[in-house]
Design a protein around this ligand. Sequence first.
Ligand code: MUC
Ligand code: MG
Length: 382
Amino acid sequence: MTNIDQIETLILDIPTIRGHVLSMATMRTQTAVLVRVKFSDGSEGIGEGTTIGGLSYGPESPEGIQSAIETYIAPALLGRNGDDVNGALQLIDKLVKGNRIAKTAVEIALWDGLGKRLGVPVSQLFGGAVHERLPVAWTLASGNSETDITEAQEMIETRRHNIFKLKIGKRSVREDVAHVARIKEAVGDSASVRVDVNTAWSLQDARWGLKGLQEAGCELVEQPVPARYRRAMAELTKSHEIAVMADEALNGPEDALEVASVRGADVFAVKIGQSGGLKRASEVIAIGQAAGLGLYGGTMLETGLSTAAALQLFSTVEDLAWGTELFGPLLLTDEILAEPIIYRDFCAEVPKGVGIGATLDQDKIDFFRRDGGRTMKAVAGE
Ligand code: MUC
Ligand code: MG
């Protein structure tokens, strides 16, 4: 039996290439919690959990993610059979409520270790990849329309992205609609323009907002109202042609079922971190498919590590009608993978190789780690 011998965590702070202006926060760095699981046969698995803008996006902070893993999740897993991923998930769900991002980081490391020991990519553990590459959106969020237009045009010319998600909700609805209309006019039919309001609007704002966005040629609006406003989401979904996507409303399969049952969205933004891991994300996907909803591969702006894990899962999904936004590594000033994910022809390539298909660049980890060298360790038998 291959036991779980040791679980280490550390926090990285990596600057972003520009300020990333969202309705609730402006990001200048991204913080990632890395997990390394060591097994008794010498194999290892790595995983990562991120949130966005400290505690401004959701209820888990990077420090809370690290603490949940160190204090509650790691001690429960030490000494268990490393191949029994489902058993580990059941145990963690019993002992730890919520804390989905912390669970995700650990679960990815377990899948990665299992894939490496079996000599297969993680996609194989989910039935096998049906895509080698997936379309990737870019988020325009400089806070300035002119800068966003220049950025979009460069992305189209270099064939890196032709799907753009605009972050809105910080300014008035009228100003936001004008901003979106300018960008759509500048890119025309060469790109798909979508927006993410990150819950900033009231239902009243959203009624006006969706009307204006639709007239401006915007194709989709993500989470216009707060996550708990399911009936408002249902009303907006029913009364406008523009697609409505649920993001913050989807914290795992139970939420997915409730949103689907009130028809509170046309599209699910499936995020591995928000779902509680690859397995729970696959359950969210199954519910979306069964309800006839569109699917989109979302991100919590992870580094290449969990972006690779997300690509493994999404590569197994037959129809991701709205593509993905797995551009996290491209928003950061530096790469932490020894072999970065390849982005070309408007797509991200699914990493080849075993496990999640990611190897860390140790020099970069040493450079960006917050603690300057003090890894937190839980060791079996101690
Ligand atoms: C979100 O709310 O979807 C995804 C892309 C991006 O720029 O921010 C995230 C979060
Ligand atoms: Mg979103």
